[in-house]
Design a protein around this ligand. Structure first.
Ligand code: NAD
Length: 342
């Protein structure tokens, strides 16, 4: 039997707790180092999950025995972390968004590619079980050729309690959530060619936008991505994403509480999807938590087989182009020609 892959985790904050639990259930990997500038966080993670705690990422990467590093810090530090990993010759998986700037993102992708190092972005929405099921329906041909989609994420959940940085971010919900929906658009339909954005700030206590609608045009389909942190409802569906895709022969709908409906020709199939559960997962996060397991399994699978990850650094440049283009459209009031920054 081959030995487990040794890895370090940099950034032991809010979302990294999911990473830690998911890694802990994978016998293929061994956590040997944790790192956080908040040493209490690094210590707590090391005590609960193993490894040596560091305050300095460069020190962690200088160990010389890492098979990969998992970067779960906030975006402003991602470039520095990825470049450190590249210099140390260590493959890296980095949380989304890779960067807020295309030059930074390209530099990160180049730093890893120049050394031939595997590099993946932890973009987990396409790895959610319901999204995989929707994709299976599309790939089966049950609804024919898709020509319209709506990918919707709307709630009034208090995200600021767990992610206080969202309050101060100049660019908020598009960079934090629509980014996932852009990746889902690509996953389901392919590459958009043009987009147009409208957005609002509804909560007066935050700095950026908290409601956004983006119209994406593809060669032969149209997709609406709509995102809101200010939408009241009869019950909370956070953090669920709703999907409707219409095709030439039918329609697939993923509605509230994971109701999947497939209309195919004259047939209607209805199902309430059961999200795979883990000892550490709990509602309402279970779907996201399970997707973290799927992301990390995919990364280990790619590392051991040499396959390119679905959400490689290079692939993710396209998501960043859509994200930056969405803000450009908002600022100029004009459509953005997708790919201009690539
Ligand atoms: N994929 C998802 O569904 C999802 C959900 C939430 C957050 N995220 C992403 O996860 C990342 C982290 O977000 P979060 O909400 O957990 O943030 P957080 O602030 O809770 O955690 C980040 C941690 O990184 C540490 N850190 C910052 N600079 C560092 C440095 N130079 N060296 C070492 N440690 C450092 C901080 O001390 C903190 O503990 C972001 O990129 C965010 O977009 C993804």
């Amino acid at each position: 039997m081959t030995r487990p892959l040794r890895f370090g985790l940099i950034g032991c904050g809010f979302f990294a707790q999911n990473h830690l639990h998911a890694w802990a259930q994978m016998p293929e990997v061994e956590l040997v180092a944790t790192c956080d500038i908040d040493t209490g966080c690094a210590d707590a993670a090391a005590q609960a999950f193993g490894g040596t705690a560091y305050a300095d990422a460069a020190e962690l990467l200088a160990r010389g025995d890492l098979d990969f590093v998992d970067i779960a810090t906030t975006p402003p530090t991602h470039r520095m972390m990825v470049e450190l990993a590249a210099e140390a010759g260590v493959p890296a998986i980095c949380q989304k968004p890779l960067a807020w700037d295309m030059d930074d993102a390209k530099a990160m992708v180049a730093a890893m590619a120049d050394r031939g190092l595997p590099f993946m972005v932890h973009e987990n929405f396409r790895f959610q079980y319901p999204m995989r099921r929707v994709k299976e329906v599309l790939d089966s041909g049950a609804i024919g050729r898709p020509f319209f989609a709506r990918i919707s994420f709307r709630s009034d959940f208090d995200v600021y309690a767990n992610q206080p940085w969202c309050k101060d971010a100049e660019r908020m919900i598009i960079a934090d959530v629509s980014v996932h929906q852009f990746d889902l658009t690509r996953f389901f339909l392919g590459e958009p060619t043009r987009l147009f954005t409208e957005a609002l700030r509804v909560n007066p206590e935050i700095r950026g936008e908290d409601v956004a609608t983006v119209l994406l045009q593809l060669d032969d389909a149209t997709c609406i991505v709509d995102t809101s942190y200010e939408s009241r409802s009869d019950h909370s569906t956070y953090p669920q994403t709703f999907v409707t895709i219409e095709g030439t022969d039918g329609r697939v709908t993923l509605g509230p509480d994971y109701h999947l409906q497939v209309v195919s020709g004259g047939d209607v199939h209805e199902e309430v999807l059961r999200i795979p559960q883990h000892s550490w997962s709990s509602e309402p996060w279970d779907c996201i938590q399970d997707s973290v397991v799927n992301v990390q399994r995919h990364w280990v699978d790619c590392l051991t087989t040499g396959r390119t990850p679905e959400t490689s650094g290079a692939d993710t440049l396209r998501v960043l182009d859509l994200t930056l283009g969405a803000y450009e459209s908002l600022e100029t009031g004009l459509p953005y020609s997708v790919g201009r920054r690539l």
